[in-house]
Design a protein around this ligand. Structure first.
Ligand code: PXG
Ligand code: PLP
Length: 438
């Protein structure tokens, strides 16, 4: 079926363009837990889009909120102006956040949220007389989007090597992935709390007086689902406190029910100083990102400024865009009214059981899970890293299930509206295709 004349002009993101265009997969519709493919098939969404459609697709409450907003107030500047929904979303988010978060900065993506958070951290340190703290610390295998800041603190070599030296003064702690000790763990791995001490190594190397902030994903997603070892995030918090380093949790994928709560910070019982988020905030319908900031940070930056002074010289044309705000308010209502975070908690045991049933399938060297996140790591084909998983992805798509693969790891994150039967079908499809795979 000819659906489009020419695929050549769209430079697709994070895509092997020539490979894709030789055999395109197009989505033309979405409803509930399913996409419709261009050849008219129903595809079970095992990835909530790209970790963002937590309430499933096409919810009429979200759709009509966006439609009404665009007809009422299509755009309003947020520089020296405002519109009511922006203040309301900020207030709703602070109610969902861990206690003590009282300011929200808006943008349009996770990447922008990360770069905004890093700038806020630098500006805060400077405001409290710690202007020598200019270093930003990330973690190996971290993903923090594609801005220069996020790319720099990110720890995925494939996303860095094309772009030169990136930001100066960035360093990385070690990642926590350890198949030798933790393979096939259900939930949080037992081993690895000591890896948090790697931050002490960087303090010893650079001196704490040069370090502004540490940014980590509570659960690393893009790099292949890395679940934090027991006690690890707690220990990072302690070390940051000891040395005056701000702790940033990048919750672009872990917020809004993905791990059964509004934020992973709550699930792990660790309160960072700054939280970045995006994606599920509008159920993926309209681009939006946000930076949530703990009480005291804004105040420290405002203190002592002359009257009328701008506290932060930063912002986007689309910060708190009215359509994004309308989508966010409707989405947060759906999460609450349909109790979707609680639903995720209720599904977690079934999810874990069905996922780990794949442990004995061919090529599988690890299975890991938390909340409604699942990782299945495959042994790479010798000399062809990523090829086996990519083939599994295309096979599953043909078989009616959308999965996501990164290197040789399958990363699953279905909508929180997924039915137990659909979880079982997702896993049996993956299992069958693994059997068929060389
Ligand atoms: N931080 C984290 C932790 C993310 O997961 C971003 C920042 C950047 O967000 P934006 O909205 O700028 O893309 C992300 C995004 C995948 C995948 O397949 C994950 C993301 C994006 C695209 C694909 O795992 N995460
Ligand atoms: N480039 C130019 C020439 C601009 O005028 C602006 C915003 O006014 C930008 C970039 C930044 O765009 P945005 O605010 O959408 O990030």
């Amino acid at each position: 079926m000819k659906i489009i004349n020419d695929l050549s002009q769209f430079w697709m993101p994070f895509t092997a363009n020539r490979q894709y265009k030789a055999e395109p997969r197009l989505l033309v519709g979405a409803k509930g837990n399913y996409y419709t493919s261009h050849d008219g098939r129903q595809i079970l969404d095992g990835t909530a889009g790209l970790w963002c459609c937590n309430a499933g697709h096409g919810d009429p409450r979200i759709v009509s909120a966006i439609q009404e907003q665009v007809a009422t107030l299509d755009y309003a500047p947020s520089f020296q102006m405002g519109h009511p929904a922006a203040f309301e979303v900020a207030s709703r988010l602070t109610q969902l956040a861990p206690e003590g978060f009282d300011k929200v900065f808006f943008c349009s993506s996770g990447s922008e949220a990360v770069d905004s958070a890093l700038k806020i951290a630098l500006a805060y340190q400077r405001a409290i007389g710690q202007g020598s703290r200019t270093r930003l610390i990330g973690r190996e295998r971290g993903y923090h989007g594609v801005g220069f800041g996020g790319t720099s603190v990110g720890g995925i070599v494939g996303n860095r090597r094309q772009f030169g030296a990136l930001l100066a003064g960035v360093d990385h702690i070690r990642h926590t992935h350890d198949l030798d000790r933790n393979a096939f763990t259900r939930g949080q791995p037992e081993h690895g709390v000591e890896l948090a001490e790697d931050l002490e190594r960087l303090v010893a190397l650079h001196d704490a007086s040069t370090i502004a902030a540490l940014i980590v994903e509570p659960v690393a997603g893009s790099t292949g689902v890395l679940i934090p070892p027991l006690g690890y995030l707690q220990r990072l918090r302690q070390i940051c406190d000891q040395y005056g380093i701000l702790l940033i949790f990048d919750e672009v994928i872990t917020a809004f029910g993905r791990v059964g709560m509004a934020f992973a910070a709550e699930r792990f019982g660790v309160v960072p100083d700054i939280i970045t988020t995006a994606k599920g905030i509008t159920n993926g319908t309209v681009p939006m990102g946000a930076v949530l900031v703990r009480k005291g940070i804004f105040e420290a930056m405002a203190e002592g400024l002359p009257e009328g002074a701008i506290e932060l010289a930063h912002g986007y044309t689309y910060s708190a865009h009215p359509l994004a705000c309308a989508a966010a308010l409707a989405t947060l209502d759906v999460y609450r009214d349909d109790a979707l975070f609680e639903r995720a908690v209720g599904l977690e045991a079934h999810w874990e059981t069905e996922l780990h049933a794949l442990a004995d399938s061919p090529h599988v060297i690890d299975v890991r899970n938390l909340g409604l996140i699942g990782g299945i790591e495959l042994a790479p084909r010798p000399g062809a890293a990523g090829k086996r998983a990519y083939e599994l992805f295309t096979r599953c798509y043909e078989a009616g299930v959308l999965i996501r693969v990164t290197a040789d790891t399958v990363a699953l994150s279905p909508p929180l509206t997924v039915e137990p039967e659909e979880i079982s079908r997702m896993m049996s499809t993956i299992g069958r295709e693994l059997e068929a795979l060389a």
